[in-house]
Design a protein. Structure first.
Length: 175
């Protein structure tokens, strides 16, 4: 009897997997992983009180967002023109521009300055909105997955570029 129950459970699980579709292609998985990481860091930032901790975490957030936006702007968005609604891509570029400007403002400040925490919070909300636009049903990622681009090969190019950007942009570690 336990064997029957186990196999029924296995069938249910595998059926769910089939119904929910295949796993996302590499390009989309990489971008979604970046989204989850940034969301987690913004949540973590909300809990911090020490200025040094806030600065260190914001530096990680800023680096990750700069690398992520570069990947999308250099590779993902240009290659998805034609597969994704042009208005959605245009809005994404404008959202990136706004985020970059806010990041630059925050980087010119230090924790404890007026509005520092508020600006980090607004940036987090801005990023959450942007993520929703990309990940929602019918959003940029859904449209990209229906398009003609090889998102696995694109993902490999994106990972290689991400590695380059992290090496270029990451602050030098003290010895």
């Amino acid at each position: 009897m336990a064997t029957t129950s186990k196999s029924a459970s296995a069938r249910k699980t595998s059926g769910r997997r089939r119904r929910s579709g295949r796993r996302d292609p590499l390009a989309v998985r990489l971008l979604k992983a970046d989204h989850r990481e940034a969301e987690g860091w913004f949540d973590e930032y909300e809990q911090l009180e020490d200025d040094a901790d806030k600065l260190a975490l914001f530096s990680r957030i800023a680096l990750a967002l700069k690398v992520h936006t570069t990947l999308e702007e250099e590779i993902f968005y240009p290659e998805e023109r034609g597969d994704v609604e042009e208005d959605m891509l245009d809005e994404a570029y404008v959202e990136h521009d706004g985020a970059k400007k806010l990041i630059a403002e925050i980087e010119a400040m230090k924790p404890g300055d007026d509005y520092y925490d508020a600006k980090v919070k607004v940036l987090g909300e801005y990023i959450k909105h942007h993520v929703k636009e990309e990940e929602q049903p019918g959003g940029i990622f859904a449209q990209a997955k229906k398009g003609d681009e090889d998102l696995e090969a694109m993902g490999e190019r994106m990972q290689a570029r991400k590695d380059e950007l992290m090496a270029e942009m990451a602050p030098a570690k003290a010895n």
